[in-house]
Design a protein around this ligand. Structure first.
Ligand SMILES: *Cc1c(COP(=O)(O)O)cnc(C)c1O
Length: 363
């Protein structure tokens, strides 16, 4: 059993993906090929945002957002303490200070009250994370950001395809950022990412920033930028997968419902806030004796993963930014969270084996 079965997915969509890739190779048009713009249009349309810019990774998407918003030295950016490191890593990269706040006990997304309490006169932005594929509380976060005059960035690396009250992930805040890392809900065959915005000014800046700050003529540079293009081959692969994506999001609902139905009496299953449709980038449960459970399942050939064993404010790299009093919810969840195999090609037999393993452990 695979934690995420990308081989089965490739076999299922092989002809679509191969045709798209071959056409790039035949043309030898590897940089800024038409596939990039085609993908940007398709995804912007899906998300319901006017503008999209493909880039080299989800991390770079966040970096482009901070750069485009002009965040730098002296600024503070509020982030949840519990996420993949990239969410906060980009903040010191632009010279600003990450301010870690605790997460909500049930959704594991940023605690909005804690975020509000952390705002100072140096705060320029918040980065909310759609952890495990569920959107953060954007109604409250947008209201807060507007009231306090700060930017809101959505880290939707795990939630592409999710919805909140009918609005798609990546459409919240000033800039939505996603990742096409292979294990994400919409993954390519390497690294890739995209930013979404409704603001034309930010779109133009990010489009320039990804190619060394050049907005028009070649070798004329308006800003200090990056080399952060989305690879044309990766865009082609994503276009090959794209017709199947909506069906995959539906399949993820079925797989999640199966786990929840079988496991809700044994462990803490994912809690969905009202109005949310998760894409289950991860199906993560909260359990007692987590590490023992993980070895027990491993012995039965069931792969699991821990997202994440150390909250960000406890990482050595961030020790100088650790908040006083810590983030107790994030610290507790880091001890008890475990992710189960989750992908659209998971079979009922595999899910049954996962559930039997968990049942046997807690009996
Ligand atoms: C994966 C991930 C990223 C970074 O994406 P990459 O494409 O790997 O750079 C950022 N934030 C979160 C929450 C992620 O899960």
């Amino acid at each position: 059993m695979d934690f995420i079965d990308l081989k089965k997915q490739y076999q299922a969509y092989k002809s679509d993906i191969d045709t798209r890739m071959q056409s790039v190779i035949d043309r030898a048009g590897f940089i800024n090929g038409p596939e990039v713009a085609e993908l940007e249009e398709a995804l912007a349309d899906y998300v319901g945002m006017p503008y999209a810019v493909g880039c080299a990774s989800g991390t770079d998407a966040l970096l482009l957002a901070l750069l485009a918003l002009g965040i730098g030295p002296g600024d503070e950016v509020i982030v949840p303490a519990f996420s993949f490191i990239a969410t906060a890593e980009v903040i010191p990269s632009v010279g600003a200070r990450p301010v870690f706040v605790d997460i909500d006990e049930r959704t594991y997304t940023m605690d909005v009250q804690k975020a509000a309490d952390a705002i100072t006169d140096k705060t320029r932005a918040m980065i909310a994370v759609d952890l495990y594929g569920q959107c953060a509380d954007y109604q409250a976060l947008s209201t807060l950001a507007k009231a306090r005059g700060i930017y809101l960035i959505e880290d939707a690396a795990q939630s592409f395809g999710a919805e909140q009250n009918g609005v798609k992930a990546c459409a919240f805040g000033d800039i939505g950022c996603t990742s096409f890392f292979p294990a994400k809900p919409l993954g390519c065959f390497g690294d890739g990412g995209m930013v979404f915005t409704s603001r034309e000014d930010l779109y133009k800046v990010m489009k320039a920033l990804r190619v060394h700050g050049a907005s028009g003529d070649k070798y004329a540079h308006e800003y200090i930028g990056l080399n952060s293009r989305l690879d044309t081959l990766q865009a082609a692969i994503l276009l090959g997968k794209w017709p199947h994506f909506a069906g995959e999001v539906d399949l993820r609902q079925e797989k999640a419902a199966y786990y929840t139905g079988r496991l809700a009496n044994f462990v803490t299953v994912p809690y969905l806030a009202p109005g949310n449709r998760s894409v289950y980038g991860q199906y993560s449960i909260r359990v007692q004796r987590r590490d023992e459970l993980q070895s027990f399942l491993q012995q039965r050939g069931i792969p699991t993963a821990i997202h994440y064993p150390i909250p960000m404010h406890r990482q050595k790299a961030f020790l100088s930014y650790a908040p006083q009093g810590g983030c107790p919810v994030a610290e507790a969840v880091a001890q008890e969270i475990i992710s189960l195999p989750m992908h659209p090609f998971l079979t009922e037999d595999e899910q049954n084996r996962v559930c039997e393993g968990i049942e046997a452990f807690y009996k």
